[in-house]
Design a protein around this ligand. Structure first.
Ligand SMILES: C[S@@+](CC[C@H](N)C(=O)[O-])C[C@H]1O[C@@H](n2cnc3c(N)ncnc32)[C@H](O)[C@@H]1O
Length: 261
């Protein structure tokens, strides 16, 4: 017999309703307590349709509170449920393990305290991006960073691979962002110009939250980023600008070309 875990961490996907996998829905229905973070009020309403008693976690955010503290409070709520002997489901938008610190932390802490904990995969913003932009992350390879990390850690873009930057609406923001950071976007545009030609197209992307909406797809040059109408919940896609030349030595070692006679 399969024993049900004490903690199930789930993602409700990006597109309201249609992204919700049957196993995620079942985990939410079967749990004693559901702790829910949703991206918008309509999605929250839909999810509460089958768990009206779900406990919202959005109230833990506060104007001047660092996100780190909000996340720690979320994890404590979830663990308190486990410690009270309840089977808990922790649900967040998208994939629960993608750019999602509190979900990973909840699983780690639950296991450290002796509870069984699992994470179920779900559709993330990247899955929608590949479909809507018609790009395959494996075609030329792709590199993913948080936009702030990309800037602050001095990461170098590889112009032969696709670059996907998350949280461009929250550059340099340690609290819950209320508006995009224009100087941050300007800096990002400048840094991209170190690796890409000035005319190279970059794409600001926001997946459609509802089946009746279209995604936001804004194509522009890097220097236009600072003044663009960047949605708070958007992701930046930069296509490769050059082809990575194969290394003859490696081709030979792999037997893909023959050694010169
Ligand atoms: C805290 S992360 C959560 C990611 C989420 N767990 C997922 O799997 O997509 C928030 C970031 O995800 C991306 N994101 C979330 N919703 C999005 C959407 N509708 N369209 C594009 N990107 C989105 C953005 O980069 C945003 O800043």
């Amino acid at each position: 017999m399969v024993t049900r875990p004490a903690l199930t961490v789930v993602g409700t996907g990006i597109r309201c309703g249609t992204d919700l996998a049957p196993n995620v829905r079942a985990a939410m229905i079967e749990a004693d307590d559901v702790f829910l973070l949703s991206s918008d009020p309509i999605s929250e309403c839909v999810l509460r349709g089958f768990r009206p008693d779900a406990q919202g976690l959005a109230e833990l955010y506060a104007e001047d509170k660092p996100r780190r503290d909000t996340y720690a409070a979320m994890v404590e709520r979830v663990l308190d449920g486990l410690r009270a002997g309840r089977r808990v489901c922790f649900a967040i938008p998208g994939h629960p393990g993608v750019f999602a610190q509190p979900t990973h932390e909840a699983v780690r802490r639950a296991r450290a305290e002796g509870y069984s904990a699992v994470m179920l995969p779900a559709l993330s913003a990247a899955d929608h991006l590949y479909a809507d932009l018609g790009v395959d992350p494996g075609e030329h390879g792709s590199v993913t960073f948080d936009a702030t990390d990309f800037l602050v850690q001095g990461r170098t873009a590889d112009p032969t691979a696709a670059l996907i930057l998350w949280q461009i609406g929250a550059i340099g923001e340690i609290r819950k962002p209320r508006a995009v950071n224009r100087p941050g976007l300007a800096l990002l545009g400048e840094v991209l110009l170190d690796a890409y030609p000035a005319t190279h197209e970059i794409v600001v992307y926001e997946a459609a939250p509802f089946a009746f909406c279209e995604p936001v797809i804004m194509r522009m040059r890097p220097d236009a980023l600072a003044s663009a109408d960047v949605p708070l919940l958007s992701t930046l896609y930069v296509a490769p600008a050059a082809v990575a030349p194969p290394l003859p030595e490696r081709l030979r070692k792999l037997g893909l070309i023959s050694a010169p006679a």
